[in-house]
Design a protein around this ligand. Structure first.
Ligand code: SAM
Length: 214
């Protein structure tokens, strides 16, 4: 599955085409000294913006599976002299960060690619600190994607066949124990591949009263 994704994004790493489907990072309000994580960080633009916002006492991490994207992002950070950003190779379902790391988790047009979305949301909850917040832009499918495409790696890599319905999406977030979940942006349905999808931006947080973080 991830091979098709890596192949697609390897080709897009040096392009300038827009790969986003919302404005998630624009809704994050990190403070100096905080830690931010961008899942599926692509060319690293959002990570560099977050790194600037948290300043030298904070840190921004970009996680991605495609080496060409990581390479592009690291080169840009070096070129700009950004020292508080780190780009790590990581699967969405097994995030390469310890428990209770992040004050903010963001992601833009990535989670639809994940095969096990419930596991991804449990991972987001795991790496958030108590009271830590998430803002995620993604797509949902208006109707369930036809069974013949749902496991098709090429169609999933094209950002549509992995889309699930809004109800399913919100259920994963809720089951991961995240709270105060709200929709910040929601577009009109549009055709993508063989599906009709909607771009949306979702926010919420890990409960301050949870017991897994010290
Ligand atoms: C549509 S691009 C979005 C990039 C960036 N967030 C932006 O808005 O420009 C999707 C990114 O997610 C990464 N990605 C896709 N599936 C992934 C997975 N299972 N684990 C980690 N990264 C993944 C891809 O390599 C790619 O860089």
């Amino acid at each position: 599955m991830t091979q098709a994704i890596e192949t697609r994004y390897q080709e897009l790493a040096e392009s300038s085409c827009c790969l986003s489907c919302g404005t998630a990072v624009g809704h994050c309000r990190p403070e100096p000294g905080q830690v931010c994580v961008d899942l599926g960080s692509g060319r690293g633009t959002d990570v560099l913006r977050l790194a600037e916002q948290v300043g030298p006492t904070g840190h921004a991490y970009g996680l991605d599976i495609t080496e060409a994207m990581l390479d592009k992002a690291r080169k840009t950070a070096t070129k700009l002299g950004v020292e508080n950003a780190t780009f790590l190779r990581s699967e969405l379902e097994e995030l390469a960060l310890p428990d209770c790391t992040a004050d903010w988790v963001t992601s833009n047009c990535v989670l639809n690619h994940a095969a096990d979305k419930g596991r991804v949301w449990r991972e987001i909850a795991r790496i958030l600190k108590k009271g830590g917040q998430f803002v995620v832009s993604d797509i949902y499918a208006v109707e369930p994607v036809a069974a013949e495409y749902r496991d098709d790696p090429a169609a999933i890599a094209e950002c549509w066949a992995g889309a699930i319905t809004k109800d399913e999406y919100l259920l994963h977030v809720q089951r991961a124990g995240l709270v105060d979940v709200r929709i910040l942006e929601e577009g009109e349905p549009y055709a993508k591949g063989k599906a009709r999808v909607v771009s949306f931006t979702l926010a919420g947080r890990k409960t301050p009263g949870c017991c897994s973080c010290f």
